[in-house]
Design a protein around this ligand. Sequence first.
Ligand code: RUB
Length: 411
Amino acid sequence: MKNEYLALGEELDPEGYLICDYRVKSDLPIETAGSRIAEEESTGTWTRPTTLTEDIYERYGAKVVMAQGNMVRVGYPVIDFSGEFGGVPQILSIIAGNLFGLESLRGVRLQDIWIPKVITERYPGPRYGISGLRKILDRPEKPLIGTIVKPKIGLPPKEFADYVYEAGKGGLTNSKDDETLVDQDFCPLEARVSAVSEKLDLLEEEGHPMIHAHNISTSAHEILDAADIALENGARQLMVDVFTEGFSGVQVLAEDPSVGVPLHVHRAMHGAFTRDPEHGISMPVACKLVRMVGGDSFHIGTYGTGKMHANISEELHSEKALTEEMHGIHPTIPVSSGGLHPGHMPELMAKSGNDVQIQAGGGVSGHPDGVRAGATALMQAVDAAFDGIPLREYAKSHDELRKALETWGYR
Ligand code: RUB
């Protein structure tokens, strides 16, 4: 049988196809491996169905247009994604579905995607994005600086809100729930949001705008109820763990006119499929989808400076996926978080630039003089790095920073 899914060298119309690059590990010739993906994920299966007519193949069949080394490029006709229902679940079932389990492929990694406008225009995109968040926080140039309330779980609402207030008094622009905190008995969502909102109002009266992202990740049928409870109690930002919740969980909040606040998107669980360079899905792919469904901020890593495993070139690629032109959709602000402290700021900001939200949990709450001093030290480190002043020099006249550097060092 002729290999019908190969169209090597053909120029695809980027508005007519959703285009995917896969890195493939297989004992098959690379063209055949690519063809297996295209057939499995469009009109084919392991054998030629007698029901597969020439017309079906021509209209709906995916095409392998490049197969070189260990890379293949597959274009899926936009009609394969048509119709009122389907959304991101259907997109992923096609471009990232059965192919990962094919026995003939020892490894497949979806490295990048290009989504045509005819598809992205069905999605909300970020309502605020980088410029909207900068406006809310009156922070036109420097990175947004936040904290994750620590310990991860255990603080009751009042102590939790006190932490946020102290962080604000230290100058931070943002704070957030940790990814594992939602509505536990010791810190219920309603009481937590209400206590935090009071403190944010107070900070605002005192001249400091700040927002806190409340984690409402929950079962799909409950997420709008959780959002309602948070918003009724004054929430200024909501947070979703996108990989445990699903992309639709972000989208439903972004599309609901009653929500209207920025959406912070956490990536807990991503390592299960992004970490292996030979199998899974890359973070830049996730970034494009999160941006399309309306995430205003999204975690991409700390460029090797913090506690989490990093693939630095992929993090730079993620940054581009969130910020480069994409059919007129607002840019999403990249979030750098995970094991950061003031000593990391010069190296981190040299890599991230200023359009970033930097967050430290332990690197604020672990300061020997407490949360306010930790927040102040982090702001001082950011100011020094922004002005190109070495931290050692700046610390001579900034006590909080000096103590932070004595505690954690420069790296
Ligand atoms: C931060 C923390 C976050 C990580 C997740 O706390 O634990 O959940 O940012 O990592 P701390 P990533 O500042 O004390 O390490 O952002 O890479 O998904």
